[in-house]
Design a protein around this ligand. Structure first.
Ligand code: AP5
Length: 228
């Protein structure tokens, strides 16, 4: 299965990716995590993208397309993958299509802008593992510390209110056109586009997504027994 999560910054793509990855045994391809790892390792790519990311702008399509093309050729992606944060522009989506990568599902997680700001300004992360917390919605057991390692949690540099607003604006301008793009792909090649509400608890959103994916698994299974 090839799946993509679409949604504004803070909609819960990373949070839901973890649930989906565990249940459906897909490899998560998170472009944001890949870029942050490059910044931590101070690679030439990391040096190139740091300022762009800190300012909440998008990294160039050329860089992102090359990064993802290489990543999805790795052996763990052969069993299926979950794209989180890619594609984010029409040229990125076209690049996937040119590679003959068929996406089975686009799931858009929809959350109103004011709630996104609350979520992102309260987000804290554990840099070593990428574990995500929220000061109110998902607090760590001990204030400011990771539940597993006890190491300090940090705020992402792009989670200041001004940068969050800039990221949300860019999403509406450059990424939202993908909704119509994939609705058209649904007509042309069977890619399924579904929108779920991202409001409610993490588990409520998870169950909405799981019920969509389970319905397809059942359809595939009944198609198989019918053809036997
Ligand atoms: P990226 O890391 O992809 O960031 P993003 O898309 O802005 O998304 P976020 O990670 O901020 O949010 P999320 O939807 O994953 O939410 P989360 O689950 O953490 O990209 C970062 C940057 O990299 C970009 O700005 C760009 O510069 C660059 N980049 C990456 N990909 C690129 C591409 N393809 N092209 C160009 N540039 C690219 O949840 C947020 C918070 O809410 C957490 O605190 C969480 O605990 C909480 N939460 C989650 N679900 C719920 C819930 N149901 N109820 C209450 N709280 C919740």
């Amino acid at each position: 299965m090839h799946l993509m999560l679409l949604g504004c910054p803070g909609a819960g793509k990373g949070t839901q990716s973890k649930f989906i990855q565990e249940k459906f045994h897909l490899s998560q391809v998170s472009t944001g995590d890949m870029l942050r790892a490059a910044i931590r390792a101070n690679t030439p790519l990391g040096q190139k993208v740091k300022v762009i990311m800190d300012e909440g702008r998008l990294v160039s399509d050329d860089i992102m397309i090359q990064l993802v093309k290489t990543r999805i050729k790795e052996p763990d992606c052969a069993k299926g993958f979950l794209l989180d944060g890619f594609p984010r522009t029409i040229p990125q989506a076209e690049a996937l299509r040119e590679q003959d990568i068929h996406l089975d599902y686009i799931i858009e997680i929809n959350v109103p802008d004011e709630e996104l700001i609350r979520r992102l300004s309260g987000r804290r992360i554990h840099p070593g593992s990428g574990r995500v917390y929220h000061l109110l919605y998902h607090p760590p057991k001990a204030e400011g510390l990771d539940d597993i390692t006890g190491e300090p949690l940090v705020q992402r540099p792009d989670d200041s209110e001004e940068t969050i607003r800039q990221r949300i604006t860019i999403y509406h301008q450059q990424t939202e056109p993908l909704i119509n793009y994939y609705k058209q792909q649904q007509e042309l090649n069977g890619t399924k586009y579904r929108r779920v509400s991202g409001l409610g608890t993490e588990e409520e959103v998870r169950d909405r997504i799981f019920s969509i994916l389970a319905a397809t698994a059942r359809e595939k299974e009944s198609g198989r027994s019918f053809n036997r």
